[in-house]
Design a binder for this molecule. Structure first.
Ligand code: SAM
Ligand code: SF4
Ligand code: SF4
Length: 336
């Protein structure tokens, strides 16, 4: 089958699946306690896509050209039996890469099972190496040790590990260099992420964004780096290698240097809505179509048409200041 293309000719290659909207952290920039407090209503068991539904959709997506799957959340390891889902996804012909984004706290318990199920890579989120700063960010008083243990467990299980660090002015710019120092030479790639205007509740302001250029300059001034080539078409992080050969870092610059032109990603929420952009206002309810007993062939047609209509290029539009303050879905719901 020919790969399917959107309005701008971008092919569909990656599927990001959010498996749960709950999380054990309350990161201030993602799930602020004031909004996601005791009264917040999360998705019910019935609303969540079942594993069978996710697997069915993933099979159809693979038919349409998807090769990579990323599992995310909320905190994906809070979804019971996640390893069983991964084991089934790993069997799908055409899917050659399965990765997981997690805050890492449950990895000591889960890493071996996940690896055995066919998981290859984990992206661990860690926004500070200093305990006090990290505790304040996750707002649950969890120290860095819990995450570092998760990193260790993942490495020991044979999973490839990358670290994601969201950088926000006033929150953790003090950690840019300490994080680089900590992970340099450890065979772990640290990726800095510009603070993005996802969702409606994280108080995003352009003045809180520390740009890719500033991050690079800061690291380079102490630990000289040079640009490295893309690993593959559409890679979201710009790569820089340490000149002394001690590994590399990456920067994901959705705000100051967007990459919509090569965006091959579609996102599936835990309750079965499809989003063709991280900054979309509305999703397409594929759960309703599945539960209304559309056949696989009919679903394939629906998805082909959805992708065919896709005109999203939000980050580019943001730079052109055309759209700025529209209603958006929450990061903890769609999973990044
Ligand atoms: N709970 C898991 C975790 O933290 O890795 C998976 C879900 S979390 C929503 C996925 C990623 O999105 C994390 O690396 C997190 O730091 C990032 N993120 C959340 N809000 C963000 C924002 N406003 N800008 C940039 N990245 C953000
Ligand atoms: Fe939870 Fe991840 Fe959001 Fe932090 S970034 S609140 S760990 S979903
Ligand atoms: Fe893709 Fe939307 Fe991000 Fe652009 S803004 S790279 S279209 S998800």
């Amino acid at each position: 089958m020919q790969p399917i293309k959107d309005h701008f000719g971008r092919v569909l290659k990656d599927l990001r699946i959010s498996v749960i909207d709950q999380c054990n952290f309350r990161c201030t920039y993602c799930m602020p306690k004031e909004i996601f407090g005791k009264d917040h209503v999360f998705l019910s068991e019935k609303e969540l896509l079942s594993f069978d539904e996710i697997i069915r959709l993933a099979n159809i997506f693979a038919d349409l050209g998807v090769e990579k799957i990323r599992i995310t959340g909320g905190e994906p390891l809070m979804r019971r039996d996640l390893d069983k889902l991964i084991a089934e996804l790993a069997k799908i012909p055409g899917i050659n890469d399965i990765a997981l984004t997690t805050n890492g706290v449950f990895l000591p318990k889960m890493s071996k099972k996940l690896k055995a199920a066919g998981l290859k890579r984990v992206n661990l989120s860690l926004d500070a190496i200093e305990d006090e700063v990290f505790k304040e960010i996750n707002d649950k008083g969890v120290g860095t040790r819990s995450v570092l243990k998760g990193i260790e467990a993942a490495k020991e299980a044979g999973l490839q590990v990358k670290i994601n660090m969201v950088v926000k002015k006033g929150m953790n710019e003090s950690q840019i260099l300490p994080m680089a120092r900590y992970f340099k030479g450890k065979d772990i790639i640290l990726r800095y992420i510009e603070f993005m205007d996802v969702g409606n509740h994280n108080g995003w302001d352009f003045n809180n964004v520390i740009s890719k250029k500033d991050i690079i300059q800061m690291v380079d001034s102490e630990m000289p780096i040079e640009p490295a080539e893309e690993n593959y078409y559409g890679e979201v992080a710009s790569r820089y290698r340490y000149k002394d050969g001690e590994g590399e870092i990456g920067v994901i610059s959705s705000v100051t240097d967007s990459f919509c032109g090569s965006c091959t990603r579609i996102r599936l929420s835990a309750d079965g809505k499809l989003y063709t952009c991280l900054f979309a206002s509305d999703g397409f309810d594929i759960r309703e179509k599945m539960r209304n007993e559309l056949t696989d062939a009919e679903l394939e047609e629906v998805l082909t048409s959805l992708w065919g209509r896709r005109k999203d290029r939000y980050s580019e539009e943001r730079s052109e200041e055309k759209r700025w303050n529209r209603k958006k879905i929450e990061m903890s719901y769609i999973g990044g």
